[in-house]
Design a binder for this molecule. Structure first.
Ligand SMILES: [Zn+2]
Length: 300
């Protein structure tokens, strides 16, 4: 699933290309994309409006349109956005036809297509006519942005206080911190030397500081590698990201730990395949809630 670095990559690629373009026509092929809103109503709400800004919040893309209307898009598992593809992709869910005034003037317009495809079709889109309603919607669902100063080690420690759930489960909770998914949770916990099954409330302030720093390092490494393509994630020109070639532990079961040479193991924590070096990330004592949550994962 695209996480913060993957969505940030798309926004950075798309923003300069779409800002100022007019949506000439919107075609919604799969009604699940915008459910429960009606495809015809969503298409009509988009048509004719200029795109003023494209930004990211957590794993969401926010398309801000003229007049204050917004389209909130989430790629979920397998959503892909292609900019002017030579042919429409498989698993097409929506197409936006964009136009700009042509430099040659005389009313001519340059046109191209933005295609949204989604093999598993969990991706979503929702229209907000009032930007304040969008802010409330996001504030309810998302905690602070991890790369911003509002996310602090003291704030993290306070949020984890008394929580017996595995620390990885809380990193995946978008209300605690926005944008982190399975890849970057594993990479950050390894960098911080913290076992993912540790009871979240047992982390010291120093460990929260290390985790915050590690999370930022892992996310920024992901952004600079233009995201990870372990499954369907693609850039707007269909090219793969490269962060999967730089993973320290994620998806590296049986391979040597880059820090100590020990063997990386795959566990199941918080219901997700989880990769650790047990030497660099000491497991919690048995009988804690966290330890019960960690079981060896079946080989696959
Ligand atoms: Zn190690």
């Amino acid at each position: 699933m695209p996480e913060l670095p993957e969505v940030e990559t798309l926004v950075r690629q798309l923003r300069p290309l779409v800002r100022g373009a007019r949506i000439e026509r919107a075609s919604i092929i799969d009604p699940r994309w915008c459910a429960p809103q009606q495809p015809a109503a969503v298409a009509a709400a988009l048509t004719g409006l200029r795109i003023e800004e494209l930004s990211r919040r957590g794993k969401y893309l926010i398309w801000r349109l003229e007049g204050g209307r917004c389209l909130l898009q989430h790629l979920r598992m397998t959503g892909v956005i292609l900019y002017d593809p030579p042919q429409l992709p498989a698993h097409l869910v929506a197409v936006l036809e964009l136009s700009w005034p042509d430099a040659r003037g005389a009313g001519a317009r340059r046109r191209l297509r933005l295609a949204v495809s989604d093999a598993r079709r969990f991706g979503t889109a929702e229209i907000f006519d009032d930007p304040r309603a969008l802010e409330r919607h996001l504030a309810w669902r998302l905690g602070p942005e991890p790369l911003e100063g509002s996310f602090s080690a003291a704030g993290l420690k306070a949020a984890l206080r008394g929580r017996r759930a595995p620390v990885k489960a809380l990193l995946l909770d978008q209300r605690l911190v926005a944008g982190v998914g399975n890849i970057y949770a594993d990479e950050a916990l390894f960098r911080a030397g913290i076992h993912p099954a540790r009871a979240a409330g047992s982390l010291t302030l120093a460990q929260c500081e290390a985790l915050l720093q590690a999370l930022r390092e892992a996310l920024l490494a992901g952004v600079s590698a233009r995201g990870a393509s372990i499954d369907d994630f693609r850039h707007i020109d269909g090219v793969r990201g490269s962060f999967q070639d730089r993973f320290l532990v994620h998806r590296r079961a049986g391979q040597p730990c880059p820090a100590c040479g020990g063997q990386i193991e795959k566990l199941r924590v918080a219901g997700r395949g989880t990769y650790v070096c047990a030497r660099c990330q000491p497991p919690p004592r048995r009988r804690s809630a966290g330890a019960r949550a960690a079981r060896p994962a079946p080989e696959r």
